[in-house]
Write a protein that binds this ligand. Structure first.
Ligand SMILES: Cc1ncc(COP(=O)(O)O)c(C=O)c1O
Length: 241
């Protein structure tokens, strides 16, 4: 039964897979539990698929992997293939509801820009025609397997996780306590990889690997080789296992 506080919840927003936090996959039942809480509070469930959408996680939407049906979706990044474009998507009824549906309720100086719309259409056509969602799933699985092998080799790799081309590698000082590897070391890793021709998001201990959806198997494996060499270099330099 609802009380006054419950009826004040308008919406709950979640990332089906967290990006900036380190490419974190939620437990299987977490996303459905959030859906149930939203239902209970009569609140809209907004899935932020700005990072995860358009094939990034090996399916068109990360929500698909959790059987999640959001009420509203925020989308961006992949939708424009590099062109600055984003969107809010929902059912016709919700988008027409007031005040959002008023002429000035949701307008924007740049909303509905024809050039952006053409870029978005072009990007989506290429994603579908070149089967980039499938490429994300296939190459992502190969990268994940190769990174899990590196985890066997280096004790400072505490976790390797991912779906499609959204992979997280967590570097730890101690596998039991999961204490993060010091920033001095992750910064050194960044430079070791850069010197070998690979730019990494290793400025934090939770490295995020989000290559372009067009990446080939050879390019992906070359990147993993460079990571392996860079891990070996920091292991030598800082006396890590
Ligand atoms: C999940 C997620 N939501 C929202 C945003 C913000 O998008 P924008 O930079 O278009 O404001 C980002 C940006 O990285 C993101 O990763």
């Amino acid at each position: 039964m609802k009380n006054d506080t419950q009826s004040e919840v308008a919406a709950i927003i979640l990332e089906p897979m967290q990006g900036t936090a380190g490419n974190v996959i939620p437990p299987d039942d977490f996303v459905q539990a959030v859906r149930e809480i939203a239902n209970e509070f009569d609140a809209l469930l907004i899935a932020d698929e700005i990072l995860t959408g358009f094939g990034r996680t090996g399916t068109m939407w990360a929500s698909d992997q959790f059987g999640l049906k959001p009420d509203v979706m925020t989308i961006g990044k992949g939708i424009g293939g590099g062109f600055p474009l984003s969107a809010v998507a929902s059912s016709f009824d919700r988008m027409s509801a007031k005040p959002f549906g008023e002429p000035s309720g949701s307008s924007s100086s740049y909303g509905g820009n024809p050039l952006a719309a053409a870029a978005g259409l072009g990007a989506v056509e290429v994603i579908l025609e070149d089967k980039l969602v499938e490429n994300s799933a296939r190459v992502g699985a190969l990268m994940l397997a190769a990174l899990k092998e590196l985890q066997e080799k280096y004790r400072f790799i505490g976790d390797v996780r991912g779906r499609g081309l959204m992979i997280g590698v967590e570097l730890v000082a101690d596998r039991t306590t999961k204490q993060p590897l010091d920033k001095t070391i992750t910064r050194a890793l960044f430079h070791e990889a850069l010197e070998r021709g690979l730019i990494t998001m290793s400025y934090s201990h939770a490295i995020r690997i989000n290559p372009p959806l067009v990446i080939s198997e050879d390019e992906a494996m070359n990147g993993i080789d460079i990571l392996d060499q860079s891990f070996a270099a920091i292991a030598r330099k800082f006396g890590l296992d």
